[in-house]
Design a protein around this ligand. Sequence first.
Ligand SMILES: [Zn+2]
Length: 210
Amino acid sequence: MAASLLSLLLCTATAVLWARSYTTFDDLDHTSTSLTPSDFTQHYIRLGSNNGRFLFTWRDITFLSNFSSFAYVTSTWDRANGLHFKHNPPFDLDLEMRSPRQPNERSWDTQLGGIRFKRLIQDATPRDAARRLGYRPANYYPGMIGVVVIVPHAYVAALFAILPVVALRKWWRRPRRGMCPSCGYDLTGNISGVCPECGTATADRGRLAV
Ligand SMILES: [Zn+2]
């Protein structure tokens, strides 16, 4: 019961976000960084809602700590993956998520029935770059790992609707006095002990048999 209520609440919240998503970019994101003497890593995580879809992003970018084009690279990636859409909703992800493929990239992008999964792997950590070149380069493609998942609100709402609908159905079909516990047929005046509608033996049967 508690699970059904929670599910109903989440379903309602999803519906509200869904309606809002055509005029607003609701966006929760968090950026943090970690720094070692040689490496700088930016961690980025976000949950967004826009244009009938939820957008989840998680990604790490690792640079040499003295990498000069850090701001440029992150803004390019973020632009390509939805960060700037809050400024001009609704966005067209099919158009906007296209970004030029880097030479050290092993990414893939797949879609199934409106659900989109984008995996980004760009394997040049400073360590990798140094190993590859034999020295610490001043300029290189940064190491990057990330995931972008896009799910239509409709799917999430439908998923949260399952439990409430099952609970409602169960309540609607609850056994009631004078009614067949199986099909709900009115058994008033019935003494046969068997429901004439569906053939289910009713609770009165035992008493009648004695
Ligand atoms: Zn029946």
